[in-house]
Design a protein around this ligand. Structure first.
Ligand code: HAM
Length: 427
């Protein structure tokens, strides 16, 4: 076979019809959990000013520094394909003066995001996330609610061995002090770090804790833990979050080195991972945390907030390999409408529309003219009832119903056909 000329871009893929059932199922569960917790849906544009993400997520993060799709528009604006949702949702909250609404404003979203990542299993350049953001409330109960919701969705989809890793990364009061302690720890082990982390040591030593390189992981294992250096406020907040998680009986573990790679986080951070029976980490499905400074970073007033997002491709591929429940497929037609001749074809189209209005799915093959070919299609689709609209039928306003199982035929008046077929397929 000769090679086709065009293929989708590396890291970008089509969501084919067979995968739509999984997307639909995820969306349905997310929507139902959101409704229960009174989160409302929001959609932000796919393009934003690049600065929104540069400021919010941070210029020196991988997401912005290495992976963001940016370009200048014809009008001269520097814009970016959104790499994540939180900054855009906060931009929208500020732009629409949502601080005037009862707080917290609880929002959820679902849609495509873009990161120019190195292609690898489960990571795409266009991928989908669903997310929850609760803006305008500093209470630890919000952190636990966000964790509970993210967990609920995965549980309801059928995931079994889930673990919630939590940590607190402090705030602007205690984090700078901890950074100093961490810097001096890593400085004395500089030569054992990868070259990226040697650079991170200058810019943001917390990022070293996020590095996946084995040599850095080894150094990390002995690093000081931020949890021992939280200020009183952050300590009390974190303690309360954990108490809520205990009360909710959520399966969490403390991961003192979890920092998450985005600049806007403060206090609680968490990830939900799937584990094997023997407790091995099989990958992250959801991630999130508190971002109390983001509003100010984007020029708004002090507004505490917390949220999470989950990647849909990974969830979908696991659902597929494990044959998890997807919900009903599109209802299959039990009736086939065949036609012969121009007048019958026109009238069939009208009849088809009447069936649609009555919510009765009907298969057709209007582009085919031969009756034999149409009956063959009906056979392939395994449809028992075929309505034949021929020239005589079209002139005399009746239709012939053929039972493909028995080969018997009968005539039905055109104005009775929808009602009669409704009863037939009910049986
Ligand atoms: P994130 O950890 O960058 O957080 O992404 C959340 C999830 O999106 C990841 O756990 C992963 O499942 C999925 N994901 C990220 N990048 C890719 C990719 N290239 N291909 C496939 N899946 C991917 C955020 O985006 C934050 N906005 C989460 C948040 C919301 N924090 C507070 N509110």
């Amino acid at each position: 076979m000769s090679k086709i000329k065009y293929q989708s871009l590396t890291g970008m893929h089509d969501v084919l019809p067979e995968d739509q059932v999984y997307f639909k199922r995820i969306q349905k569960v997310v929507e139902s959990v959101s409704n229960s917790y009174t989160f409302e849906k929001i959609e932000t544009p796919i393009l934003e000013f690049a600065e929104v993400f540069q400021k919010a997520v941070g210029d020196d993060t991988d997401i912005v520094g290495k992976e963001m799709y940016t370009f200048r528009t014809k009008g001269g604006d520097m814009v970016a394909l959104r790499p994540e949702g939180t900054a855009a949702v906060m931009r929208s909250y500020l732009e629409h003066g949502m601080h005037n609404l009862p707080q917290p404003v609880k929002l959820w979203y679902i849609g495509p995001f873009f990161r120019y990542e190195r292609p690898q299993a489960g990571r795409f350049r266009q991928f989908h996330q669903f997310g929850f953001e609760a803006i305008g409330d500093a209470s630890p109960s919000i952190d636990s609610q966000i964790i509970q919701m993210s967990y609920d969705v995965l549980k309801e989809l059928g995931f079994k061995n889930l673990t919630i890793e939590v940590n607190s990364i402090g705030d602007s009061e205690c984090r700078p002090y901890f950074k100093k302690i961490l810097t001096s720890y890593f400085k004395s082990r500089r030569s054992s770090l990868c070259s990226d982390c040697q650079r991170r040591l200058k810019e943001n030593p917390l990022r070293i804790l996020d590095c996946k390189e084995e040599k850095c992981q080894r150094v990390k294992a002995g690093a000081p833990q931020i949890i021992d250096h939280l200020c009183e406020k952050c300590h009390a907040h974190f303690k309360e979050v954990l108490e809520f998680l205990d009360e909710l009986e959520l399966p969490y573990t403390l991961n003192p080195y979890l920092v998450r790679g985005l600049d806007y986080y403060t206090k609680t951070v968490f990830e939900i991972i799937e584990t094997s029976e023997d407790g091995k980490n099989l990958g992250t499905l959801s991630g999130g945390g508190r971002y109390d400074n983001l509003s100010k970073i984007l020029g708004g007033r002090d507004t505490p907030a917390c949220g999470s997002a989950s990647g849909m491709e990974r969830i979908l591929s696991l659902m597929k390999t494990r044959e998890m429940k997807t919900g009903p497929k599109q209802e299959e037609a039990k009736i086939f409408l065949a036609q012969l001749g121009q007048l019958a074809k026109r009238k069939s189209m009208k009849l088809f529309e009447e069936f649609r209005a009555a919510k009765i799915p009907v298969a057709e093959s209007f582009s085919k003219d031969s009756l034999k070919a149409q009956l063959r299609t009906a056979n392939k689709l395994n449809i028992r009832w075929v309505l034949i609209f021929g020239q005589k039928e079209a002139l005399e306003d009746f239709i012939t119903l053929r039972d493909m199982d028995t080969g018997t035929q009968k005539e039905i008046k055109l104005n009775k056909v929808v009602e009669e077929m409704k009863n037939k397929i009910k049986k």
